[in-house]
Design a protein around this ligand. Structure first.
Ligand code: PRE
Length: 398
C-alpha cells in the first residue's frame, strides 16, 4: 500500500479510466481484428464503470501471459476481461467482489449428453477427451480423467468442430464457454453448466488501493442487484459471434488487393479485368447455390468485394505513380498464386455467408451485425474500400 493519494484521485484527475483487456475471450472481451474496437460483456461493464466514475474509458490491450506484468508496469488502472480469482494473482493485486460464478463442465455432441454426466463416466479408456493446451482446462483434464484418451489440440477456434466431426467425444471447459459454444454449434450440448464439476469466480483485477476497491465494489454490488450484469452477460452470450468468420473472410480478401496491385504494377497491367470479374461472380453464384444462397445476393456481395479491391488498387497505383516507384522485387504471381488464393477465400466467404444468413436478414439483429462487422484490418489500406466491401452485408442480407 503506497502512502500517496488514492488511485481514484489519479483516475479523476486524468479524466480517463484505463482498463486492461485481452480481446480474445468471448463473451467477455473480444477484439475486432487488429483494431482498437472491443466488444463483449466485460467491455460493457467497463463502459458502465467509467460512466459511474464520470470519466472516459480507455481500453488497453493486454494478453493472458503478460496480464500481471502489464498490471505491475502500470499500463492500466484495472483489468476487466473475464479474469478469474487466483491466489497467484492475489499476490500482486487484489480483486473486486465476484460478478460471475463459473466452473468446469463438459460439452459433447447432444446424443452423448447422458453418457458424460459424471467424471467417473468420462474417466474411461474408450472416451476421447480433447483439450486446449496450457491453461486450466488441460490441468483439469489430466487431474480428473487420466484414463481417457486425451488429445491436446492447439486451435481454440476449430477445437469444437473436432467434437462435431466426431474426432473427439467431449471437451471439459468453463461452463460459460459451453453455453456460448452450444449456440454456435447446434450439434453440441453443454452438460449441466449450472452445476459444474468445480467452482471459480470472475472479478475485476484491482490495484491494492482500499478506496478504489470500496468504490468499485459498491458500484458492482448495485449493478449485480439491479440485474444489469446479468443482462449484459445474456446479451453477449447470445451474440452472433459466428459473424467473425464472415468479417475475416471479407478482410482477408481485401488485404490481398495489395499483392494484386503489386503484380499488376510490375507488368503495368490494367487494374480492371472484366473477363476475370465475370468468372469470379459466376463461380461464386454457382458455388453459392450449393449453400442455398440466392444468386442476386451472392452477386451483390462479390461485386462489392471486387469494387473494394479496385479501390485499394487504384489508391496504390496513384501513390506509386506519384512516387515514380519502380518494379517490386517481391511481387507474387497473379495467375499462379494470388487468384487461386482469392478462389479459396471465395469458398470461405460463401460458407460463412450461408452460416450467417439468418442473422444478416433478421432486422432485430441489425445492431449486432453492425457491431460484429464494424471494421476491417484492410481499412488501413483504404477506409472507403472497407466500407464498400461490408456494405451489402449491412443491408439486411439483400
Ligand atoms: O484478379 C484480378 O486481376 C484482380 O484485380 C482481383 C479482382 C477481384 O477482386 O476478384 C478485382 C478487379 C479485377 O477487375 C478482377 C478481379
Amino acid at each position: 500500500q503506497s502512502s500517496s493519494a488514492s488511485r481514484l484521485d489519479d483516475i479523476s484527475a486524468r479524466g480517463v479510466l484505463r482498463v486492461g483487456t485481452t480481446g480474445d475471450y468471448k463473451p467477455f472481451s473480444f477484439r475486432i481484428g487488429k483494431s482498437n474496437n472491443f466488444i463483449g460483456s466485460d467491455i460493457e461493464l467497463a463502459a458502465s464503470l467509467a460512466q459511474a466514475l464520470n470519466v472516459k474509458l480507455q481500453l488497453v490491450p493486454t494478453s493472458w501471459p503478460s496480464l500481471m506484468q502489464d498490471f505491475s508496469a502500470g499500463k492500466f488502472d484495472l483489468a476487466i476481461s473475464g479474469v478469474s480469482i487466483t491466489p497467484e494473482r492475489q499476490k500482486v493485486a487484489q480483486f473486486s467482489i465476484p460478478y460471475l460464478r463459473d466452473g468446469k463442465t463438459p460439452i459433447a455432441r447432444c446424443e452423448n449428453s447422458a453418457r458424460f454426466q459424471t467424471l467417473a463416466q468420462i474417466d474411461q479408456a474408450d472416451v476421447r477427451l480433447i483439450v486446449n493446451p496450457g491453461g486450466t482446462n488441460e490441468r483439469f483434464a489430466k487431474a480428473n480423467a487420466p484414463h481417457a484418451q486425451l488429445t491436446v489440440y492447439p486451435d481454440n477456434v476449430s477445437i469444437f468442430d473436432q467434437i462435431v466431426n466426431q474426432q473427439a467425444d467431449l471437451m471439459i471447459t468453463d461452463a460459460i464457454e459451453t453455453k456460448l459454444q452450444q449456440h454456435l454449434h447446434p450439434e453440441l450440448c453443454a452438460i449441466h453448466p449450472e452445476a459444474p464439476f468445480d467452482h471459480s469466480e470472475k472479478a475485476i483485477l484491482l490495484p491494492r488501493d482500499a478506496q478504489l476497491q470500496t468504490v468499485i465494489n459498491l458500484w458492482l454490488q448495485l449493478s449485480i442487484a439491479n440485474g444489469s450484469v446479468q443482462k449484459a452477460m445474456d446479451r453477449w452470450l447470445y451474440f452472433p459471434w459466428g459473424l467473425e468468420s464472415l468479417r475475416r473472410a471479407v478482410d482477408e480478401r481485401l488485404l490481398l488487393a495489395e499483392a494484386v496491385a503489386r503484380a499488376k504494377w510490375n507488368v503495368q497491367a490494367p487494374i480492371e479485368d472484366l473477363a476475370r470479374e465475370e468468372q469470379v461472380i459466376q463461380a461464386a453464384v454457382k458455388q453459392g447455390a450449393e449453400f442455398n444462397l440466392a444468386s442476386n445476393f451472392v452477386e451483390s456481395v462479390f461485386r462489392a468485394q471486387i469494387q473494394a479491391s479496385k479501390t485499394v488498387q487504384r489508391d496504390l497505383f496513384a501513390k506509386w505513380t506519384a512516387q515514380h516507384a519502380g518494379k517490386f522485387a517481391d511481387a507474387p504471381d497473379l495467375a499462379k498464386t494470388i487468384r487461386p488464393e482469392l478462389d479459396r477465400i471465395t469458398t470461405q466467404l460463401l460458407r460463412s455467408l450461408a452460416a450467417n444468413q439468418a442473422v444478416l436478414v433478421d432486422p432485430a439483429r441489425k445492431n449486432e451485425v453492425l457491431q460484429a462487422l464494424d471494421i476491417l484490418d484492410a481499412a488501413e489500406l483504404s477506409k472507403t474500400a472497407a466500407e464498400q466491401a461490408l456494405a451489402p452485408l449491412l443491408q439486411g442480407g439483400r
